[in-house]
Design a protein around this ligand. Structure first.
Ligand code: SAM
Length: 469
């Protein structure tokens, strides 16, 4: 019997599809979910992480920055839980199912490209794309859900992503605005979430056959917007974390039939990944769907994923769209003076270019960004801080996007120093030194700002992120 209760209709379908493999598929539900961690190479190298890591890690074969975390870890002990370690608050890693790490690796965005993550929250794959882009190019992280988009913004901030725009839009409005524009588009589609069954009771409770049908319909609609957003010669990645053929192979089959400008990129089924199953499409597909991949929980260490790469013909009749440039509004003279005074006093870095002021917020924008008028923007670029009466207040996003060496004044604490926990809980610290803003670091990596006066560092860690225990 599985450790978790699974929907009978789901089990009946999987038994029918998997035949002799079904018993090993079912057996994996007796195991706990696989815990994965992806090193944020925007902040440190994999070697540097290995030297620092308090965890027993095993490499994820398909992702050089990915690791599984030793299952013997006692998750109830806060100090040992990777989500409750100060290095997590410093954005040194992202906790992610190893099978979800395949998507960005296979899409393989390059520095300098225009990349769109169409359904991005909470940001697992976006932060991975950002790391592969190495801070160069333009990454658009879009999430339709008005609350989830803030989780996305928070994770991008924690991971120090500085070349992204965060939007809260529907795929069809993005399609109308940009037309054919992006070198690479990722659609990690909203799905019936069968690959979440081991770790999410909600996914198990909410599942029903009609959910699969409604997800498939919605995916088809989003896919047609996604297709248009890819420039000729560009690439679209379609992924889900579900096993239902209707949301995977059958979706791909319909897409290839209705979008002859796309062809499926054949992906090698390495590391125990399996080719997609054209024979699960009814009526039988005419397309070589085996080029897509399935990651199964009974064949590898991960919860399960489907990944397909689709290449848009360079001779497609469409042209890559030329959009008007973003109307940059440099900070006004008084704001610029306050910002420059802060920058020169606190930071060792050259003065930033491409500064943009939106209300009282100051941003650095990615280079060569197009106009975004009419789109709901959460952050157009790297949020640097806020102009207040007579002063500039640096943002948490600025602290987390810097290296420790970027600040003239910093306090570096060891991860096990009780002052770290005190800081993350929002308390002031008694540490003598120069008056003014100071970058607080753990093990050599920034976790936020403090403002010191008379030996007391007032806490500027954002209220919404403060640790309760
Ligand atoms: N890529 C994310 C990650 O790796 O962290 C996970 C994305 S999740 C599988 C799918 C997302 O699609 C959800 O955040 C959901 O809010 C969003 N979504 C739901 N309906 C949508 C729609 N009609 N169009 C676009 N996105 C939608």
């Amino acid at each position: 019997m599985p450790r978790v209760e699974l929907p009978p209709d789901f089990l009946a379908r999987m038994q029918h599809l998997l035949g002799a493999e079904y018993s090993s598929f079912l057996a994996c539900y007796q195991e706990p979910p696989v815990a994965g961690l992806r090193v944020n190479t925007l902040k440190l190298s994999i070697e540097a992480w290995r030297a620092l890591s308090p965890y027993t890690l095993s490499p994820v074969p398909w992702c050089p920055s990915g690791f599984t975390v030793d299952p013997s870890l006692d998750q109830s002990d806060l100090s040992s839980s990777p989500g409750k370690h100060p290095f997590h608050a410093a954005g040194l890693y992202y906790l992610q199912d190893p099978s979800a790490m395949a998507a960005a690796e296979l899409l393989n965005p390059l520095p300098g490209e225009r990349v769109l993550d169409l359904a991005a929250a909470p940001g697992g794959k976006t932060t991975h794309l950002a790391a592969l882009m190495r801070g160069s190019g333009w990454l658009v992280a879009n999430e339709i859900h008005p609350q989830r988009v803030w989780d996305l913004a928070e994770n991008l901030e924690r991971c120090g992503v500085c070349n992204a725009t965060v939007l809260n839009e529907s795929p069809s409005r993005l399609m109308q605005h940009f037309g054919t524009y992006f070198d690479r588009v990722l659609l990690d589609a909203p799905c019936s979430g069968e690959g979440m069954f081991r770790k999410s009771p909600t996914a198990r409770q909410e599942w029903k056959p009609t959910l699969v049908q409604s997800c498939a319909m919605r995916q088809g609609e989003i896919l047609s917007s996604a297709a248009r957003l890819v420039r000729p010669g560009g690439t679209l990645a379609y992924t889900t974390c579900t096993f239902a053929p209707d949301e995977n192979e059958a979706q791909l089959d319909r897409f290839l039939t209705t979008h002859p400008e796309f062809s499926l990129v054949p992906l090698p089924a390495r590391n125990n990944m399996r080719p997609a199953r054209a024979d699960w499409v009814e009526p039988l597909s005419a397309h070589p769907l085996e080029g897509a991949l399935r990651l199964w929980p009974h064949h590898l260490r991960g919860e399960g994923h489907f990944v397909a790469l689709l290449h848009k013909s360079p001779s497609s009749e469409e042209q890559a769209n030329r959009l008007a440039p973003f109307k940059i509004r440099p900070p006004d003279a008084s704001a610029l003076k306050l910002f420059a005074a802060f920058w020169q006093e606190i930071l060792t870095l050259p003065f930033p270019e491409n500064l943009h002021q939106a209300g009282s917020y100051v941003y650095q924008l990615p280079r060569a960004m197009p106009a975004l008028e009419g789109l709901r923007q959460i952050h157009p670029g790297w949020w640097l801080g806020v102009i207040k009466t007579g002063r500039f207040e640096p943002s948490h996003a600025l602290a987390l996007g810097l290296s420790a060496q970027a600040a003239w004044r910093s306090i570096n604490l060891a991860p096990d120093d009780p002052a770290v926990l005190a800081y993350l809980r929002g308390n002031s610290l008694s540490i003598p030194g120069e008056t003014g803003w100071v970058l607080i670091c753990v093990g050599g990596y920034p976790i936020g700002w403090g403002k010191r006066s008379q030996g007391v560092v007032k806490n500027a860690y954002p209220h919404g992120l403060r640790w309760m225990s």
